[in-house]
Ligand binder design. Structure first.
Ligand SMILES: [Zn+2]
Ligand SMILES: [Zn+2]
Length: 226
């Protein structure tokens, strides 16, 4: 078995597979083959929709070990309270700037404010907080057995290129999946094999035209194995 990670798209409004409920926001469920654990990246904008979609993959919500919130916008953090009600042992990782607001809602000992890059379990790395003019944000870097990085991004408000540059300091990038927002510096994508622009990506048509081989139409209910 050569797999390193599975990435299941559990919240978005793009091209839903049968049984999955679309909604505005983003969430991806990650299965880590190195540790045999599940981690949720973002929670979409609606807890009931999120639960329906996780159930479609037959994953037990109480078995999810960690949840990483990219930034404190409702379409990414809106489903967290519902997840927490079902799985009160889940560890919550938020950007350090958002620590106070999340600590008011969830038990202190379970909410971790992240400032610098940190590997929370084998080959599952939180980028550390990246600042921007609008809002701070963090992303996830998954390191595969081939020593390549898969980047998961929420909205990339500070600029997707900042996350790409951070990951490049570690090793080569295989894939980037999530919301690219207004990202337009397309040359940063040229060496990336798998470009999964979804959610809020404004220029996904432009990206598809420029990189037809690498562009991957990312749909709600998709499961990618790396
Ligand atoms: Zn946002
Ligand atoms: Zn968003």
């Amino acid at each position: 078995m050569d797999s390193s990670f599975e990435i299941k798209i559990v919240f978005d409004d793009k091209c839903p597979k049968p049984g999955f409920l679309p909604g505005f926001g983003f969430s991806a469920l990650v299965y880590n083959y190195f540790t045999d654990t599940f981690t949720l990246f973002d929670t979409g904008g609606n807890g009931n929709i999120l639960i329906n979609n996780i159930n479609e993959f037959n994953v037990d919500i109480t078995a999810i070990k960690n949840v990483i919130i990219s930034h404190n916008h409702h379409d990414h953090a809106g489903g967290l309270e519902t997840i927490f009600q079902i799985n009160p042992n889940i560890k919550i990782y938020v950007p350090i700037d958002n620590l106070n607001s999340f600590s008011k809602i969830f038990p202190n000992k379970q909410v971790h404010g992240v400032s610098d890059m940190i590997e929370i379990e084998k080959n599952l790395i939180i980028s550390g907080q990246v600042n921007g003019s609008f809002i701070s944000e963090q992303s996830v870097f998954l390191k595969t057995k081939n020593n390549e990085i898969i980047i998961l991004v929420g909205c990339a408000h500070p600029g997707l290129e900042k996350f790409i540059m951070k990951a490049q300091n570690l090793t080569g990038i295989r894939a980037v999946i999530g919301g690219f927002h207004g990202f337009k510096n397309l040359s940063y994508l040229q060496d990336i094999d798998f470009i999964g622009a979804c959610h809020c990506s404004k220029y996904d048509k432009l990206i598809r035209e420029r990189f037809p081989r690498q562009y991957k139409r990312t749909c709600l209910g998709d499961n990618y194995i790396f």
